[in-house]
Design a protein around this ligand. Structure first.
Ligand SMILES: C[S@@+](CC[C@H](N)C(=O)[O-])C[C@H]1O[C@@H](n2cnc3c(N)ncnc32)[C@H](O)[C@@H]1O
Length: 249
């Protein structure tokens, strides 16, 4: 992931992202009976926002794994154990976990197919793989027709991430022999929600587009967005997909 934020700013960003997907996580935790899981793994745990949340929702032991030592140094609390490691070569024995979770992670992996294979390998038969949040910027709708989605897509591509991971979840699961339940958090943002998040959104847009959009263009687009908000017309639909799959015996 691109380095323009400090690890502390990333931690704040991860906390904000986690707010958007709370409803899906609550559903998935119940679906996989997280409370009764004995061993839980959070792959690509970042600063541990989701890892620590899971530690409060299970009687079992939760492990967070990430490839970035700076994120692990900033981890959120002490409810879980943390391991520095690569999602493409998980340092765990086969079938070691009851529930294996990823939250905004597959889209960042150089080889998401290998990442999925590893998640399945370390999940016990009858256990669950939960892909809690993978967005699809190709399915984002903006009214009026602003370039936000195109900018995110370009920025993610430049960072080596897949902006279209959401639509690929079911296929990635099927390749591993998993019959996944795939759903979508459809978060249409109108009025208040957009107004409240505007400064944060534009801080992100300025950061991620600084190499390919001029300041003048950004200023003009923001003015169009603010005018649409003032007229009560602004609408955003940003689909974030999730998948739950039980590993067969
Ligand atoms: C968008 S962040 C999500 C962090 C966390 N899951 C959350 O939602 O707060 C993606 C994370 O994947 C990690 N990551 C990327 N490639 C990885 C790999 N090959 N192995 C382990 N972690 C990886 C990054 O370091 C980053 O922490």
């Amino acid at each position: 992931m691109e380095p323009a934020l400090t690890p502390t700013e990333w931690a704040e960003h991860f906390r904000r992202q986690a707010e958007w997907t709370r409803a899906a996580r609550n559903y998935l935790y119940r679906r996989a009976d997280l409370l009764r899981a004995r061993r839980v793994l959070d792959v690509g745990c970042g600063t541990g926002v989701i890892t620590e949340e899971m530690a409060t929702r299970t009687r079992g032991r939760v492990v967070g794994l990430d490839i970035n030592p700076d994120f692990l140094r900033l981890r959120e609390g002490n409810g879980a154990a943390y391991v520095l490691g690569d999602a493409l070569r998980l340092p765990f024995a086969g079938r070691a976990f009851d529930v294996v979770v990823g939250h905004f992670v597959l889209m960042w992996l150089r080889d998401p197919r290998q990442g999925m294979a590893e998640m399945v390998r370390v999940t016990r038969a009858g256990g669950w793989v939960l892909l809690c949040a993978e967005p699809d910027y190709g399915a984002r709708l903006d009214y009026p027709d602003l370039p936000h989605a195109a900018w995110h897509i370009e920025a993610l591509r430049r960072e080596g991430a897949d902006p279209f991971m959401g639509r690929k979840l079911r296929a990635l699961c099927a390749e591993q022999g998993l019959d996944a339940e795939v759903g979508c958090l459809s978060a249409p943002w109108t009025g208040e929600a957009i107004r409240d998040s505007l400064d944060g959104e534009w801080a992100t847009l300025s950061r991620i587009t600084r190499e390919f959009v001029s300041e003048d263009e950004r200023r003009a687009v923001r003015a169009r967005e603010e005018a649409a908000i003032a007229r009560g017309e602004r609408f955003v639909f940003m689909p974030v997909f999730y998948a739950a799959a039980r590993v067969p015996g």
